[in-house]
Design a protein around this ligand. Sequence first.
Ligand code: GTP
Ligand code: MG
Length: 356
Amino acid sequence: MKVALLGLLQSGKSTIFASLSGKAIPPIGSTAIEEAIVTVPDERLDWLTEYYKPKKTTYATIDCLDLPGFNFTDEHGRTAARRLINQIRTSDCFVLVVRAFENSAVPPYRNSIDPARDLAELQTELLLADLELVATRIERLEKQVHKPTKTQAQDKAELALHKKLQQTIETEAPISSAIETDAEREMIKSLGFLTLKPIVVAVNVGEEQLDTKFDFAKRVDASVPVITICAKLEFELAQLDADSRAEFMADLGITESAASKFAGSCYSARRAISFLTVVSNELRAWPIKQGTVALDAAGKVHTDIKRGFIRAETMAFDDLKELGSEKEVKAAGKIRLEGKDYVVQDGDIINFRFNV
Ligand SMILES: Nc1nc2c(ncn2[C@@H]2O[C@H](COP(=O)(O)OP(=O)(O)OP(=O)(O)O)[C@@H](O)[C@H]2O)c(=O)[nH]1
Ligand SMILES: [Mg+2]
């Protein structure tokens, strides 16, 4: 999963990026996109590592991009932002970072701190970039549909779809709200529309705002995860060893790490879950889309396993944890032999039986 951190100037993206990845904070004003692999924390893997004592435990990871801040207040900034935006069309998810923290040393964007306004501005700019793309596409297709080519019928369908998308954007709604069928989604997949991507809103708060609730209901629908992170504090926490970190978090009343909030919200926005395997002494989490069937899950692990799929021997992590051992889970009749159409559930521990 590839996730891009986007936001207006100095909203704290790089500080969040550094606390998630353990890297140094890229300098303010940097114009390069930074990239890092972020480990997805998973308490189930922690528990299973104690239980199975495998040689190796492999957590899922997220490929995280830190973008330079956008500045739409002048022409030069808009051009730079547009260029950056075009480089993230292949991301799977956007985390929109908005500033709520007070810091007199950091001048606020448009001279005031207003996370809802900043979120609206970011969304509008993403919509405008999509509108431009739709308009270009319509122009091209309008010329093309008159030609009696092999793709004429398809071009007509695509043109109709783009006109619908154009209308949607003009009402300031994201493209995702206009897509009704898989066929429509397929037709525009390669274009990388920005407002088709799942988003997470990350509010960068000050230490005194950790319990503040932010309501963006006017801007985003209820399915969009909203998380609060105190970037500065998280960066300081990331410098500590695990024990001191846990102690400080408890003192501050922080119950969930930034990495866990970040990964959890990206999974939720993407409707992703994980299943788990223990194969040749390696315990591993595999991210998949909700609704993935056992046969396709097998293919994630290895194409041979998919090809020679016989059964998915499955138990739920929660059952193993509750009952304490595989033996007990088996005695309780909770190890299932699932077929290839079984819809894999979050936390399933699967042993694929296959034959090649
Ligand atoms: N008080 C406070 N300051 C913060 C917080 N997060 C970031 N800052 C400060 O805000 C400034 C900008 O932080 P960065 O993480 O570089 O922000 P950015 O969004 O990456 O900035 P650009 O990439 O230049 O747009 C730095 O001086 C940070 O120390 C926070 O949670 N609290
Ligand atoms: Mg930065």
